[in-house]
Design a protein around this ligand. Structure first.
Ligand code: I85
Length: 382
Protein backbone atom coordinates (compact mmCIF):
# COMPACT_ATOMS: atom_id res chain seq x y z
CA UNK A 1 0.00 0.00 0.00
CA UNK A 2 1.33 3.38 -0.92
CA UNK A 3 0.35 6.61 0.68
CA UNK A 4 2.23 9.04 -1.52
CA UNK A 5 -0.68 10.74 -3.15
CA UNK A 6 -2.13 13.51 -1.04
CA UNK A 7 -5.20 15.46 -1.96
CA UNK A 8 -6.07 18.57 -0.06
CA UNK A 9 -9.68 19.44 0.71
CA UNK A 10 -10.77 22.03 -0.13
CA UNK A 11 -9.26 22.08 -3.57
CA UNK A 12 -9.64 25.86 -3.51
CA UNK A 13 -7.41 28.19 -1.51
CA UNK A 14 -7.20 27.35 2.16
CA UNK A 15 -9.30 29.63 4.27
CA UNK A 16 -7.55 30.88 7.36
CA UNK A 17 -10.72 32.36 8.85
CA UNK A 18 -12.45 29.45 10.56
CA UNK A 19 -15.81 31.12 10.85
CA UNK A 20 -16.11 32.29 7.26
CA UNK A 21 -16.89 30.61 4.01
CA UNK A 22 -18.58 27.37 3.07
CA UNK A 23 -15.49 25.34 4.03
CA UNK A 24 -15.00 25.87 7.74
CA UNK A 25 -11.94 23.65 7.77
CA UNK A 26 -9.05 22.72 5.58
CA UNK A 27 -8.58 19.01 5.68
CA UNK A 28 -5.89 16.87 4.21
CA UNK A 29 -7.11 13.38 3.52
CA UNK A 30 -4.68 10.81 2.13
CA UNK A 31 -6.10 9.24 -1.01
CA UNK A 32 -5.55 5.54 -1.50
CA UNK A 33 -4.31 4.02 -4.78
CA UNK A 34 -6.91 2.06 -6.80
CA UNK A 35 -7.54 -1.41 -5.41
CA UNK A 36 -6.19 -4.37 -7.36
CA UNK A 37 -8.17 -7.49 -6.54
CA UNK A 38 -5.94 -10.58 -6.60
CA UNK A 39 -7.09 -13.64 -8.52
CA UNK A 40 -4.66 -16.27 -7.36
CA UNK A 41 -5.84 -18.60 -4.60
CA UNK A 42 -5.53 -17.10 -1.14
CA UNK A 43 -3.80 -20.26 0.14
CA UNK A 44 -0.78 -19.37 -2.06
CA UNK A 45 -0.10 -16.55 0.38
CA UNK A 46 -1.98 -17.33 3.61
CA UNK A 47 -2.70 -20.26 5.89
CA UNK A 48 -6.36 -20.29 6.84
CA UNK A 49 -7.45 -21.39 10.33
CA UNK A 50 -10.81 -22.41 11.77
CA UNK A 51 -10.63 -19.68 14.40
CA UNK A 52 -13.75 -17.53 13.93
CA UNK A 53 -13.19 -13.93 15.09
CA UNK A 54 -16.71 -12.74 14.39
CA UNK A 55 -19.89 -13.21 12.39
CA UNK A 56 -21.12 -10.32 10.29
CA UNK A 57 -24.56 -10.35 8.65
CA UNK A 58 -23.05 -11.03 5.25
CA UNK A 59 -19.94 -13.01 6.08
CA UNK A 60 -17.73 -14.44 8.78
CA UNK A 61 -14.33 -13.29 9.89
CA UNK A 62 -11.51 -15.84 10.40
CA UNK A 63 -7.98 -15.72 11.72
CA UNK A 64 -5.29 -16.34 9.05
CA UNK A 65 -1.50 -16.23 8.87
CA UNK A 66 0.75 -14.84 6.17
CA UNK A 67 2.94 -17.69 4.89
CA UNK A 68 5.96 -15.52 4.30
CA UNK A 69 6.01 -13.39 7.45
CA UNK A 70 4.04 -15.60 9.81
CA UNK A 71 2.07 -12.51 10.78
CA UNK A 72 -1.57 -12.87 11.88
CA UNK A 73 -4.41 -11.25 9.91
CA UNK A 74 -8.20 -11.35 9.76
CA UNK A 75 -10.13 -12.35 6.65
CA UNK A 76 -13.76 -11.48 5.94
CA UNK A 77 -15.39 -13.88 3.50
CA UNK A 78 -18.14 -12.49 1.31
CA UNK A 79 -20.09 -13.79 -1.65
CA UNK A 80 -19.11 -11.90 -4.76
CA UNK A 81 -22.06 -9.60 -5.51
CA UNK A 82 -22.45 -5.87 -6.26
CA UNK A 83 -23.06 -5.07 -2.54
CA UNK A 84 -19.85 -6.82 -1.49
CA UNK A 85 -17.92 -5.06 -4.26
CA UNK A 86 -19.22 -1.74 -2.95
CA UNK A 87 -18.25 -2.63 0.61
CA UNK A 88 -14.73 -3.49 -0.54
CA UNK A 89 -14.39 -0.35 -2.65
CA UNK A 90 -15.61 2.09 0.02
CA UNK A 91 -13.60 0.37 2.78
CA UNK A 92 -10.48 0.52 0.61
CA UNK A 93 -10.87 4.27 0.05
CA UNK A 94 -10.77 4.94 3.80
CA UNK A 95 -8.10 2.36 4.63
CA UNK A 96 -5.41 5.00 5.19
CA UNK A 97 -7.21 6.49 8.18
CA UNK A 98 -5.33 5.57 11.39
CA UNK A 99 -8.67 4.89 13.12
CA UNK A 100 -10.13 2.54 10.50
CA UNK A 101 -9.20 -1.17 10.31
CA UNK A 102 -7.08 -1.24 7.14
CA UNK A 103 -7.62 -3.60 4.21
CA UNK A 104 -4.32 -5.28 3.34
CA UNK A 105 -5.45 -7.22 0.27
CA UNK A 106 -8.56 -8.51 -1.47
CA UNK A 107 -8.84 -11.87 -3.28
CA UNK A 108 -11.46 -13.04 -5.73
CA UNK A 109 -11.60 -16.84 -5.43
CA UNK A 110 -13.91 -19.71 -6.19
CA UNK A 111 -15.07 -21.48 -3.03
CA UNK A 112 -17.34 -24.51 -3.41
CA UNK A 113 -17.89 -23.34 -7.01
CA UNK A 114 -19.18 -19.92 -5.86
CA UNK A 115 -17.33 -16.65 -6.51
CA UNK A 116 -16.12 -15.13 -3.24
CA UNK A 117 -14.42 -11.94 -2.15
CA UNK A 118 -11.88 -12.36 0.63
CA UNK A 119 -10.96 -9.17 2.47
CA UNK A 120 -7.67 -9.41 4.35
CA UNK A 121 -7.49 -6.92 7.21
CA UNK A 122 -5.15 -6.07 10.03
CA UNK A 123 -6.03 -8.39 12.92
CA UNK A 124 -7.53 -6.44 15.79
CA UNK A 125 -6.27 -8.46 18.74
CA UNK A 126 -7.82 -6.30 21.42
CA UNK A 127 -11.47 -7.09 20.81
CA UNK A 128 -14.43 -4.77 21.25
CA UNK A 129 -14.40 -1.28 22.80
CA UNK A 130 -16.73 -1.93 25.70
CA UNK A 131 -15.12 -5.27 26.65
CA UNK A 132 -11.94 -3.29 27.11
CA UNK A 133 -13.63 -0.85 29.47
CA UNK A 134 -15.48 -3.57 31.34
CA UNK A 135 -12.19 -5.32 32.04
CA UNK A 136 -10.79 -2.19 33.66
CA UNK A 137 -10.84 -1.96 37.44
CA UNK A 138 -13.86 -0.20 38.92
CA UNK A 139 -13.52 3.58 38.83
CA UNK A 140 -10.33 3.33 36.78
CA UNK A 141 -12.01 4.70 33.69
CA UNK A 142 -12.19 8.50 33.59
CA UNK A 143 -13.95 11.26 31.68
CA UNK A 144 -10.62 12.22 30.11
CA UNK A 145 -10.20 8.71 28.66
CA UNK A 146 -13.77 8.83 27.38
CA UNK A 147 -12.87 12.06 25.56
CA UNK A 148 -9.82 10.35 24.01
CA UNK A 149 -11.95 7.48 22.73
CA UNK A 150 -14.57 9.85 21.29
CA UNK A 151 -11.80 11.75 19.55
CA UNK A 152 -10.58 8.54 17.87
CA UNK A 153 -14.06 7.59 16.65
CA UNK A 154 -14.52 11.19 15.50
CA UNK A 155 -11.33 10.94 13.42
CA UNK A 156 -12.67 7.84 11.66
CA UNK A 157 -16.02 9.48 10.89
CA UNK A 158 -14.34 12.70 9.81
CA UNK A 159 -12.14 10.82 7.36
CA UNK A 160 -15.19 9.11 5.84
CA UNK A 161 -17.43 12.19 5.73
CA UNK A 162 -14.77 14.39 4.19
CA UNK A 163 -14.68 12.09 1.17
CA UNK A 164 -18.46 11.74 1.21
CA UNK A 165 -18.76 8.27 2.64
CA UNK A 166 -21.34 7.61 5.36
CA UNK A 167 -20.64 4.46 7.40
CA UNK A 168 -24.24 4.06 8.69
CA UNK A 169 -23.46 1.17 11.06
CA UNK A 170 -21.34 2.73 13.79
CA UNK A 171 -22.01 0.63 16.89
CA UNK A 172 -20.06 -1.02 19.72
CA UNK A 173 -19.32 -4.32 17.85
CA UNK A 174 -17.67 -2.42 15.02
CA UNK A 175 -15.18 -0.58 17.24
CA UNK A 176 -12.15 -2.79 17.88
CA UNK A 177 -8.78 -2.39 19.58
CA UNK A 178 -5.47 -3.34 17.95
CA UNK A 179 -4.23 -5.09 21.12
CA UNK A 180 -4.89 -5.55 24.82
CA UNK A 181 -1.98 -3.27 25.72
CA UNK A 182 -2.19 0.24 27.17
CA UNK A 183 -1.15 1.82 23.86
CA UNK A 184 -3.80 -0.01 21.81
CA UNK A 185 -5.44 1.97 18.99
CA UNK A 186 -9.22 2.00 18.52
CA UNK A 187 -10.42 1.42 14.93
CA UNK A 188 -13.73 1.30 13.10
CA UNK A 189 -14.65 -1.65 10.89
CA UNK A 190 -17.46 -3.13 8.71
CA UNK A 191 -18.37 -1.03 5.68
CA UNK A 192 -21.25 -3.36 4.75
CA UNK A 193 -23.79 -0.52 5.05
CA UNK A 194 -21.52 2.29 3.92
CA UNK A 195 -22.84 4.58 1.24
CA UNK A 196 -21.25 7.06 -1.04
CA UNK A 197 -23.03 10.38 -1.00
CA UNK A 198 -22.89 11.61 -4.56
CA UNK A 199 -21.64 15.15 -5.09
CA UNK A 200 -24.92 16.66 -6.14
CA UNK A 201 -26.46 15.53 -2.88
CA UNK A 202 -23.76 16.83 -0.62
CA UNK A 203 -24.70 20.45 -0.80
CA UNK A 204 -21.61 21.64 0.99
CA UNK A 205 -20.31 22.22 -2.54
CA UNK A 206 -20.46 25.97 -3.03
CA UNK A 207 -20.01 25.69 -6.80
CA UNK A 208 -23.67 26.16 -7.61
CA UNK A 209 -26.82 27.41 -5.95
CA UNK A 210 -29.13 24.44 -5.90
CA UNK A 211 -32.44 26.30 -5.58
CA UNK A 212 -33.74 24.70 -8.71
CA UNK A 213 -32.64 21.07 -8.62
CA UNK A 214 -35.45 18.56 -8.32
CA UNK A 215 -36.18 17.88 -4.64
CA UNK A 216 -35.91 14.11 -4.96
CA UNK A 217 -32.35 14.63 -6.12
CA UNK A 218 -31.51 16.43 -2.90
CA UNK A 219 -33.83 14.56 -0.59
CA UNK A 220 -32.81 11.53 1.41
CA UNK A 221 -29.05 11.39 0.91
CA UNK A 222 -28.51 14.45 3.07
CA UNK A 223 -29.37 12.48 6.20
CA UNK A 224 -26.89 9.62 5.89
CA UNK A 225 -24.06 11.48 7.57
CA UNK A 226 -26.30 12.53 10.45
CA UNK A 227 -26.99 8.85 11.14
CA UNK A 228 -23.28 8.45 12.02
CA UNK A 229 -23.50 11.49 14.31
CA UNK A 230 -26.44 9.97 16.18
CA UNK A 231 -24.38 6.77 16.70
CA UNK A 232 -21.58 8.92 18.03
CA UNK A 233 -24.02 10.38 20.58
CA UNK A 234 -25.23 6.96 21.74
CA UNK A 235 -21.67 5.63 22.09
CA UNK A 236 -20.59 8.73 24.02
CA UNK A 237 -23.55 8.35 26.38
CA UNK A 238 -22.71 4.67 27.07
CA UNK A 239 -19.02 5.51 27.52
CA UNK A 240 -19.86 7.97 30.28
CA UNK A 241 -22.26 5.80 32.31
CA UNK A 242 -22.34 2.18 31.07
CA UNK A 243 -25.98 2.09 29.90
CA UNK A 244 -27.64 3.46 26.73
CA UNK A 245 -29.75 6.66 26.52
CA UNK A 246 -32.79 4.80 25.18
CA UNK A 247 -33.83 1.30 26.10
CA UNK A 248 -36.94 -0.80 25.84
CA UNK A 249 -38.90 -1.68 28.96
CA UNK A 250 -39.94 -5.17 27.96
CA UNK A 251 -36.74 -6.67 26.66
CA UNK A 252 -38.11 -6.65 23.11
CA UNK A 253 -35.51 -5.71 20.55
CA UNK A 254 -37.19 -2.39 19.79
CA UNK A 255 -40.50 -1.58 21.45
CA UNK A 256 -42.99 1.10 20.38
CA UNK A 257 -42.13 3.00 23.57
CA UNK A 258 -38.44 2.98 22.77
CA UNK A 259 -39.13 4.14 19.22
CA UNK A 260 -41.22 7.01 20.59
CA UNK A 261 -38.49 8.02 23.06
CA UNK A 262 -35.87 7.99 20.30
CA UNK A 263 -38.12 10.04 18.00
CA UNK A 264 -38.90 12.59 20.74
CA UNK A 265 -35.33 12.70 21.97
CA UNK A 266 -36.45 11.67 25.47
CA UNK A 267 -33.43 10.75 27.53
CA UNK A 268 -32.07 11.79 30.93
CA UNK A 269 -28.78 12.03 32.78
CA UNK A 270 -29.70 10.13 35.97
CA UNK A 271 -27.79 10.20 39.25
CA UNK A 272 -25.53 8.81 40.59
CA UNK A 273 -23.77 7.92 37.30
CA UNK A 274 -24.08 11.42 35.81
CA UNK A 275 -23.69 13.49 38.97
CA UNK A 276 -20.00 14.30 38.44
CA UNK A 277 -19.90 14.33 34.64
CA UNK A 278 -19.01 17.74 33.17
CA UNK A 279 -21.65 20.02 31.64
CA UNK A 280 -19.61 20.21 28.40
CA UNK A 281 -19.96 16.45 27.95
CA UNK A 282 -23.72 16.51 28.57
CA UNK A 283 -24.20 19.44 26.21
CA UNK A 284 -22.23 17.64 23.47
CA UNK A 285 -24.42 14.53 23.83
CA UNK A 286 -27.55 16.68 23.47
CA UNK A 287 -26.25 18.12 20.18
CA UNK A 288 -25.45 14.62 18.86
CA UNK A 289 -28.79 13.12 19.91
CA UNK A 290 -30.77 16.02 18.41
CA UNK A 291 -33.88 14.37 16.89
CA UNK A 292 -34.08 16.55 13.82
CA UNK A 293 -31.30 15.24 11.53
CA UNK A 294 -30.80 18.60 9.82
CA UNK A 295 -30.19 20.23 13.23
CA UNK A 296 -27.81 17.52 14.49
CA UNK A 297 -24.15 18.41 15.00
CA UNK A 298 -21.85 17.84 12.01
CA UNK A 299 -18.51 16.04 12.31
CA UNK A 300 -16.63 19.34 11.81
CA UNK A 301 -18.47 20.97 14.71
CA UNK A 302 -17.87 17.85 16.78
CA UNK A 303 -14.13 18.01 16.20
CA UNK A 304 -14.12 21.67 17.24
CA UNK A 305 -16.12 21.12 20.41
CA UNK A 306 -14.12 22.02 23.57
CA UNK A 307 -14.67 18.53 25.08
CA UNK A 308 -13.03 16.99 21.97
CA UNK A 309 -10.40 19.53 20.88
CA UNK A 310 -9.27 19.80 24.52
CA UNK A 311 -9.49 23.59 24.66
CA UNK A 312 -10.94 22.98 28.12
CA UNK A 313 -9.32 20.72 30.68
CA UNK A 314 -11.25 17.43 30.77
CA UNK A 315 -11.59 16.38 34.40
CA UNK A 316 -10.15 13.01 35.40
CA UNK A 317 -13.39 12.22 37.14
CA UNK A 318 -13.75 8.47 37.71
CA UNK A 319 -16.81 7.16 35.90
CA UNK A 320 -19.29 4.44 36.87
CA UNK A 321 -18.97 2.85 33.40
CA UNK A 322 -16.80 -0.21 34.22
CA UNK A 323 -18.96 -1.14 37.21
CA UNK A 324 -22.26 -0.68 35.36
CA UNK A 325 -21.06 -2.68 32.32
CA UNK A 326 -19.94 -5.42 34.68
CA UNK A 327 -23.17 -5.50 36.66
CA UNK A 328 -25.33 -5.33 33.55
CA UNK A 329 -23.35 -7.91 31.55
CA UNK A 330 -26.43 -10.05 30.93
CA UNK A 331 -28.32 -7.24 29.18
CA UNK A 332 -25.35 -6.10 27.06
CA UNK A 333 -26.25 -8.44 24.16
CA UNK A 334 -29.72 -6.92 24.21
CA UNK A 335 -28.30 -3.38 24.27
CA UNK A 336 -26.26 -4.24 21.16
CA UNK A 337 -29.32 -5.74 19.41
CA UNK A 338 -31.31 -2.60 20.20
CA UNK A 339 -28.66 -0.39 18.62
CA UNK A 340 -28.52 -2.64 15.54
CA UNK A 341 -32.29 -2.35 15.18
CA UNK A 342 -32.35 1.39 15.77
CA UNK A 343 -29.71 1.87 13.06
CA UNK A 344 -31.67 -0.31 10.65
CA UNK A 345 -34.82 1.76 11.32
CA UNK A 346 -32.87 4.95 10.81
CA UNK A 347 -31.39 3.82 7.47
CA UNK A 348 -34.90 3.06 6.24
CA UNK A 349 -36.65 6.08 7.76
CA UNK A 350 -34.14 8.62 6.54
CA UNK A 351 -35.02 7.54 3.04
CA UNK A 352 -38.64 8.27 3.60
CA UNK A 353 -38.29 11.67 5.21
CA UNK A 354 -40.82 13.97 3.65
CA UNK A 355 -39.52 16.87 1.67
CA UNK A 356 -40.33 20.04 3.63
CA UNK A 357 -43.58 21.83 2.90
CA UNK A 358 -43.24 25.35 1.55
CA UNK A 359 -44.45 26.78 4.93
CA UNK A 360 -41.70 24.93 6.83
CA UNK A 361 -38.99 25.94 4.41
CA UNK A 362 -36.10 28.05 5.67
CA UNK A 363 -34.70 28.71 2.23
CA UNK A 364 -33.09 32.19 2.50
CA UNK A 365 -34.62 33.43 -0.76
CA UNK A 366 -38.04 32.45 0.44
CA UNK A 367 -37.50 34.14 3.81
CA UNK A 368 -36.52 37.37 2.05
CA UNK A 369 -39.54 37.13 -0.21
CA UNK A 370 -41.86 36.55 2.76
CA UNK A 371 -40.45 39.58 4.57
CA UNK A 372 -40.96 41.72 1.49
CA UNK A 373 -44.57 40.58 1.12
CA UNK A 374 -45.21 41.25 4.81
CA UNK A 375 -43.71 44.75 4.61
CA UNK A 376 -45.72 45.68 1.56
CA UNK A 377 -48.86 44.40 3.29
CA UNK A 378 -48.10 46.72 6.22
CA UNK A 379 -47.57 49.68 3.90
CA UNK A 380 -50.79 49.06 2.02
CA UNK A 381 -53.19 47.71 4.60
CA UNK A 382 -56.56 46.49 3.43
N1 I85 B 1 -10.34 -9.28 15.28
N2 I85 B 1 -19.10 -6.81 14.01
C1 I85 B 1 -19.27 -7.93 14.90
C2 I85 B 1 -12.08 -8.57 13.70
N3 I85 B 1 -9.77 -8.15 13.37
N4 I85 B 1 -14.85 -8.11 12.85
C3 I85 B 1 -17.40 -7.99 12.64
N5 I85 B 1 -17.94 -7.24 10.33
C4 I85 B 1 -16.64 -6.97 10.00
C5 I85 B 1 -17.59 -9.21 13.54
C6 I85 B 1 -18.97 -9.24 14.17
C7 I85 B 1 -17.76 -6.74 13.42
O1 I85 B 1 -16.38 -6.38 8.96
C8 I85 B 1 -15.97 -7.86 12.19
C9 I85 B 1 -15.62 -7.36 10.95
C10 I85 B 1 -14.24 -7.34 10.87
C11 I85 B 1 -13.77 -7.81 12.10
C12 I85 B 1 -12.39 -7.94 12.52
C13 I85 B 1 -11.35 -7.40 11.76
C14 I85 B 1 -10.05 -7.53 12.21
C15 I85 B 1 -10.76 -8.68 14.12
C16 I85 B 1 -18.29 -8.13 11.41
C17 I85 B 1 -11.10 -9.81 16.32
C18 I85 B 1 -10.31 -10.42 17.46
C19 I85 B 1 -9.08 -10.98 17.26
C20 I85 B 1 -8.37 -11.54 18.32
C21 I85 B 1 -8.91 -11.53 19.61
C22 I85 B 1 -10.15 -10.96 19.82
C23 I85 B 1 -10.85 -10.41 18.76
O2 I85 B 1 -12.28 -9.79 16.33
C24 I85 B 1 -10.73 -10.94 21.19
F1 I85 B 1 -10.09 -10.07 21.91
F2 I85 B 1 -12.01 -10.60 21.18
F3 I85 B 1 -10.64 -12.13 21.71
Amino acid sequence: MSNQCQLAFPIQQQQPNLSAGPFPESVVVPVNVPLQIKRNVITDDYTLTRQVLGMGINGRVLEIFNKESGEKFAVKMLQDCPESRREVELHWRVSLCPHIVPIIDVYENLYQSKKCLLIIMECMDGGELFSHIQDRGYNAFTEREASDIMKSIGEAIHFCHSINIAHRDIKPENLLYTSKRQDAVLKLTDFGFAKEITTINSLETPCFTPYYVAPEVLGPEKYDKSCDMWSLGVIMYILLCGYPPFFSNHGLAISPGMKRRIRNGQFKFPDPEWADVSEEAKQLICHLLETEPTQRMSITKFKNHPWINLSVEIPQTPLHTSRVLHEEQDVWEQVKDEMTNALQTMRVDYHQIQIKTIEASTNPLLLKRRKKTKNSAMQHPG
